[in-house]
Design a protein around this ligand. Structure first.
Ligand code: R5P
Length: 277
């Protein structure tokens, strides 16, 4: 992804020497002179999140230490954004802690894609530009669906995502109400739309364990839907997530390259590059 972005913005890439000490700690060395430069670090926070976060903090702090004038972080997948409030007494609001760490090591601005909780950015400790990749996903989907499908999306921002995707596909859209038990993690899904005989596109910001998507696919298939395509911006696909979704009846899975995965058919490189002026 970094190579693609560098190509779009016509800027050189600096190599980083990276290795692990025998005990698992990261070693980072920048190969080149960054003094006085505006440096962009591209580092996703997908699993293993803590390792990737530590690397980002080490890289950014190092760049500052070596005299970089400005350090911007492109974080295609922002981890910890689902713990965006205190759901139960005594819980940490993880995303705020992460943003504070980014600021503390001297990151001037961050750029991310479809952060799970855009509302936290209003009072964030540093400027974070949140880009929307649902249009790009929809363009990829438009080459895969033959007839106008029904676009459905679970989650809090479901209607918004479904409507953005449907507008590119010139299709109808609706929401699926999904709820996760905050203690057991179990997902329940409710669907009002009539899907009988229709091809359905199910779109979500994140697929993690695949539990939400598999349940959605199962329900629409059970109600007589035709072909079901699953699309997500961030495909974490933990464990057998993709297999679960396919076993539920999805005929295809499409994701972006914010997270490296076998379904990353849509690149966000151009979208990121367009923000890095
Ligand atoms: C939830 O609000 C998100 O939009 C996704 O629906 C959720 O993160 C998916 O998680 P999982 O794949 O583990 O069900």
């Amino acid at each position: 992804l970094a190579e693609k972005v560098a190509h779009f913005v016509q800027k050189p890439i600096l190599s980083l020497e990276h290795k692990l000490f025998p005990d698992g700690e990261s070693y980072i060395r920048v190969e080149g002179d960054v003094k006085g430069e505006d440096v962009v670090v591209i580092q996703g926070l997908h699993p293993p999140q803590d390792k990737h976060l530590t690397e980002l903090l080490l890289i950014a702090d190092l760049l500052r230490d070596l005299g970089a004038e400005k350090v911007r972080a492109v974080i295609p997948y922002m981890a910890y954004a689902r713990q965006d409030r205190r759901f139960r007494e005594g819980e940490v609001v993880s995303i705020i802690t992460v943003l504070k760490m980014l600021k503390a090591v001297g990151i001037d601005e961050a750029y991310t894609v479809n952060i799970h909780s855009p509302w936290v950015l209003e009072n964030a400790p540093l400027k974070v530009v949140n880009m929307d990749a649902s249009g790009l996903l929809a363009v990829s989907l438009s080459q895969l669906v033959s007839e106008k499908p029904l676009v459905l999306s679970p989650g809090k921002k479901g209607l918004e995502m479904a409507s953005a995707t449907a507008s590119v596909l010139e299709a109808d859209y609706g929401a699926v109400v999904s709820r996760r038990d905050t203690v057991t993690g179990e997902v329940s899904v409710e669907l009002d739309a009539d899907v009988s005989g229709r091809d359905v596109v199910l779109v979500d910001d994140v697929v993690s364990t695949g539990g939400t998507m598999a349940r959605c696919v199962e329900i629409v298939k059970g109600r007589g839907a035709g072909k079901v395509l699953v699309a997500c911006v961030h495909g974490l696909f933990i464990g057998d997530a993709a297999e679960k979704i396919q076993a539920a009846g999805a005929s295809m899975i499409v994701a972006t390259d914010t997270v490296p995965n076998p379904y990353a058919f849509t690149s966000v490189a151009g979208l990121i590059a367009s923000q890095l002026t």
